[in-house]
Design a protein around this ligand. Structure first.
Ligand SMILES: Nc1nc2c(ncn2[C@@H]2O[C@H](COP(=O)(O)OP(=O)(O)OP(=O)(O)O)[C@@H](O)[C@H]2O)c(=O)[nH]1
Length: 257
């Protein structure tokens, strides 16, 4: 509890001095099911027995859409308005995979350096998967990716931790600055599957890699499936194979899975 308390204090302190992009959380009142994805700070929200929690951190430059993507997955819709995240926000959703209850806990981290430095060591603890996000309409956010990867490395995140790359804002096809081929080369070079999607309109035509489905949903569920296959519930059982062919080929088409 000490860590959470410390976070709240740090978060409050870091609000003071904010200058450029005003910071506040997305409007949770917009959701009809806020209890499902709000922060887990009280003992009453502790998971029931045998519910595994998968901690997935979402990182990338400020403004790429991390809050919108995590909100989209946990609340089921695009938030009406968001402002810069301070420290980290938590959203979670309970899903059932092959008859097992899994809590997918998304850590939506601040993209702005001034809002992250006090928290950074907390959210890299016990991470099960990492989602790197860039904005396809912002080349700088793509060129920042090596720095985000390096930060993971510096916090001892091994290559055994699954990583995925998400190019967001595919609904803005007239403003594309990062083409798919370039992103794919980067993803291949770092052994990550690539997804291009839109938190705003995940079924948009711009979401060209995929068919008519909710891709934000599919992206996080695919990560959860991957983690479930890696982490058997009964730890004394022999481990399952770590890499599935589906995972390695997601970069070209989610539908192939
Ligand atoms: N058109 C479009 N806009 C988006 C999309 N996703 C996010 N946005 C917008 O991009 C802006 C930034 O989104 P956020 O989700 O707050 O970005 P963030 O990465 O969480 O930013 P930080 O909290 O500062 O790290 C907001 O104005 C969103 O409405 C998208 O898929 N399409």
């Amino acid at each position: 509890l000490c860590g959470w308390y410390q976070f709240i204090v740090l978060r409050t302190v870091s609000i003071i001095g904010a200058q450029s992009r005003p910071a506040r959380r997305c409007d949770m009142a917009e959701s009809g099911s806020s209890a499902e994805f709000s922060s887990s700070l009280t003992s009453s929200s502790l998971p029931p027995p045998r519910t595994r929690i998968f901690k997935i951190i979402v990182i990338g430059d400020s403004g790429v859409g991390k809050t919108c993507l995590t909100y989209r997955f946990c609340a089921g819709k695009f938030p009406e308005k968001t402002e810069a995240t301070i420290g980290v926000d938590f959203r979670e959703r309970l899903v059932e995979i092959d008859g097992e209850n899994i809590k997918i806990q998304l850590w939506d981290t601040a993209g702005q350096e001034r809002f992250r430095k006090s928290m950074v060591q907390h959210y890299y603890r016990n991470v099960h998967a990492v989602v790197f996000v860039y904005d396809i309409t912002n080349a700088a956010s793509f060129h920042s990716l090596p720095a985000w990867i390096e930060e993971c490395k510096q916090h001892a995140l091994g290559t055994e931790v699954p990583r995925i790359l998400v190019g967001n804002k595919c609904d803005l096809q007239d403003s594309v600055q990062v083409n798919t081929d370039l992103a794919q080369q980067f993803a291949d070079a770092h052994s990550m599957p690539l997804f291009e999607t839109s938190a705003k309109n995940p079924n948009s035509q711009g979401d060209r890699n995929y068919g008519n489905s909710d891709h934000v949903e599919a992206i996080f569920m695919t990560v959860a499936h991957k983690l479930k296959s890696q982490k058997p519930l009964v730890l004394s059982q022999p481990p399952e194979p770590v890499v599935s062919s589906c995972w390695t080929h997601m970069s070209t088409s989610l539908q192939d899975c």
